[in-house]
Design a binder for this molecule. Structure first.
Ligand SMILES: [Zn+2]
Length: 105
């Protein structure tokens, strides 16, 4: 069976992998981590693949840092907007719609 995603499916997978690397390196090597993030974003731009909502939650758009919970980002539920607000160590804030399930951790 051919996957319907084609090239874009592969690119999306690559982006996921790169973001995974970025998360792993975030503590040990922030510079390398940021590079993985920028590579992932560039892939998305080049192939016109939009980052999935999941992927967008994995790094800071303002400073390009991969987010590691409890290390450089704090997630907090805003009861007023019903959004999860991620506060990056750089001071950047981003709200995401609250998703059911998998909210723990
Ligand atoms: Zn940031």
């Amino acid at each position: 069976m051919e996957s319907t995603g084609g090239v874009k499916g592969v690119v999306r997978e690559r982006i996921g992998i790169l973001l995974g690397f970025a998360e792993k390196e975030a503590k040990r090597n922030p510079a390398r981590s940021a590079r993985y993030v920028s590579l992932a974003r560039r892939l998305g731009t080049r192939f016109r693949v939009r980052l999935s909502p999941e992927s967008k939650r994995r790094f800071c758009k303002a400073c390009g840092t991969a987010w590691v919970h409890g290390f450089n980002v704090k997630a907090r539920l805003d009861p007023k907007t019903g959004k999860v607000v991620y506060s990056c160590a750089c001071g950047g804030k981003k709200g995401f719609p609250f998703k059911r399930g998998r909210a723990g951790r």
